[in-house]
Design a protein around this ligand. Structure first.
Ligand code: FAD
Ligand code: NAD
Length: 478
């Protein structure tokens, strides 16, 4: 007899493993299928998906190491601290990153055991069934379940004619595992990965050139934040970012000829060539739906190849759900996790909730960039009347003490109701500071609410407080 479960999750990334744990907590017999070993030394399947293995966690580990190095070389001088002969051992840095990944991915195996989630290693594929039970093939064995949650995630988009080998020409997986600092690093795509990984290798001494197709920099961010980020990244940090670049060819040559990679591109009416020793291709990600048996059972995809779902992550098929990168919305781990919880709770007949209007974005450059809600451009084009406040970190005692005064907090509130519509931060610890704004938006708070909350002194959070006061044109320290 085939194995039977109440809930079967396909994919053990943040969307999938969280959905599985929550479903098990709610009393369902639950299994989770995962196919990837992610370079596991024993070749065993690893849990945690892109995020833990080749995404959020390893990239943040390298960002931290490279920031320490940069501080030791440049940042601590203002504090009167200098060190001679500061060196970077890339192998140790990468090993530390690998150890963190191993610790966390094994931790999820432990969480599966604790919550009695059955791990089914192998590739999952719908082979039949219907409302009363779906049949999914896993490594040649058919498993049935009343509910299936598709959480198959995404993989990097590659460009035609750009041969990614993850040695010289890399996507995120290769770019997180360099064994030395390249002299000249090329990056295609000035999005989140391009900026984060470009920053890592720039801080470690590479000359980094980023080629971006769009004429605008960080088009998704608030324009004031994008403008400040451009100034800091290009003028202060020396990232060479070239906008409006149309890549025409990438050629991998021989080192003996003095050149490893040659990127040909057009910008304006001119043709250009970028020569580099390593190239990162970070031009977005593609949902994983191939080989899933969607056509066998009639699982509908949307125009971008994602599983088509409603606001509660229900697909067109009864009791088939989908969460995370494989569905509409931002490709962010925390968004996938919230969807996983929501779906498990909906299956249990509970309310289930994911507030898509209050999903924070963070870019872990230095300074960090974080936002939640609408940008000023979005409010203008929607014709929504708003009031804005903006306060620089330079006016904050804690930021001065830390020697980290770049950037600002900007708040946008409805002109009639004062309800907060968006908060945009560029500055140190923006990733942590944004949480206050997320809570405020979740509870539909006004700028006046934030203005009346006691913020500890001296903290960076006081900039949020001052910004709320600035919306009403009554800041106290600026
Ligand atoms: P995934 O994490 O992609 O997991 C899906 C899993 O399903 C994979 O392990 C895959 O092997 C498995 N799978 C697929 N098909 C099958 C099948 N048929 N059978 C069995 N298993 C299958 N997001 C953030 O919020 N913050 C960050 O700081 C951040 N940093 C990032 C940095 C990088 C370099 C990258 C690449 C991404 C980053 N992201 C970040 C995005 C984040 O990693 C994704 O949004 C998140 O991993 C999506 O989770 P998921 O569960 O939907 O899919
Ligand atoms: P992205 O969508 O953030 O950026 C891709 C960039 O490449 C865009 O600016 C796009 O205009 C550009 N581009 C596309 N085609 C191009 C071409 N042919 N030539 C030059 N430029 C081109 O994608 P990404 O950086 O690959 O990251 C993928 C996703 O992973 C992100 O959208 C995000 O959801 C997630 N991620 C999140 C974080 C975070 O939360 N801190 C970090 C990394 C990745």
């Amino acid at each position: 007899m085939s194995k039977q479960f109440d809930v079967l999750v396909i994919g053990a990334g943040p969307g999938g493993y969280i959905a599985a744990i929550r479903a098990a907590q709610l009393g369902f017999s639950t299994a989770c299928i995962e196919s990837e070993a992610y370079n596991d030394p024993k070749g065993e399947v690893r849990l945690g998906g892109t995020c833990l293995n080749v995404g959020c966690i390893p990239s943040k580990a390298l960002l931290q190491s490279s920031e320490h190095y940069d501080n030791a070389r440049h940042g601590f001088v203002m504090h009167g601290i200098t060190a001679d002969d500061v060196r970077i051992d890339v192998k140790t840095m990468v090993k530390r990153k690998d150890n963190i990944v191993t610790q966390l991915t094994s931790g999820i195996k432990g969480l599966f055991k604790k919550n009695k989630v059955t791990l089914l290693p192998g590739h999952g594929k719908f082979v039949g069934g219907g409302e009363d039970g779906w049949e999914v093939d896993v490594a040649g064995e058919v498993v049935t379940a009343k509910h299936v949650i598709v959480a198959t995630g995404s993989h990097p988009r590659h460009l035609d004619g750009v041969p990614v080998d993850n040695k010289l020409v890399c996507d995120n997986a290769g770019a997180l595992a360099f064994d030395a600092v390249p002299k000249r690093l090329g990056v295609i795509g000035a999005g989140v990965i391009g900026l984060e990984l470009g920053s890592v290798w720039k801080r470690l001494g590479a000359h980094v050139t980023i080629l971006e197709a769009l004429p605008d920099f960080l088009a998704a961010a608030d324009a004031a934040v994008a403008k400040e980020a451009w100034k800091v990244f290009t003028q202060k940090q020396g990232l060479d970012i070239r906008l409006g670049a149309n890549i025409t060819a990438v050629k991998v040559g021989k080192k003996s000829q003095g050149m490893q990679i040659r990127v040909e591109y057009e910008a304006g009416d001119e043709s250009h060539v970028l020569e580099c020793d390593k190239l990162i291709v970070s031009v977005g990600r593609v949902p994983n739906t191939e080989g899933l048996g969607c056509e066998t059972v009639g699982l509908k995809l949307d125009e971008r190849g994602r599983v088509a779902v409603d606001e509660h992550c229900r697909s067109n098929l009864p009791n088939v759900w989908a969460v995370g990168d494989v569905v509409r919305g931002p490709m962010l781990a925390h968004k996938g996790m919230e969807e996983g919880v929501m779906v498990a709770e909906l299956i249990a007949g509970q309310a289930g909730h994911c507030n898509y209007d209050a999903v924070p974005w963070v870019i872990y450059t230095h300074p960090e960039i974080a936002w939640v809600g609408k940008t000023e451009q979005q409010l203008k084009s929607a014709g929504i009347a708003y009031r804005a406040g903006q306060i620089p970190f330079a006016a904050n005692g804690r930021a001065l003490g830390q020697g980290d005064t770049t950037g600002f907090v900007k708040m946008l509130a409805d002109a009639n109701t004062d309800r907060i519509l968006g908060v945009h931060i560029i500055g140190t610890n923006a990733s942590e500071l944004i949480s206050e704004a997320v809570v405020a938006m979740e509870f539909q708070a006004s700028s006046e609410d934030i203005a009346r909350i006691v913020h500890a002194h001296p903290t960076l959070s006081e900039v949020m407080h001052e910004t709320a006061l600035a919306v009403d044109k009554r800041p106290l320290h600026f």
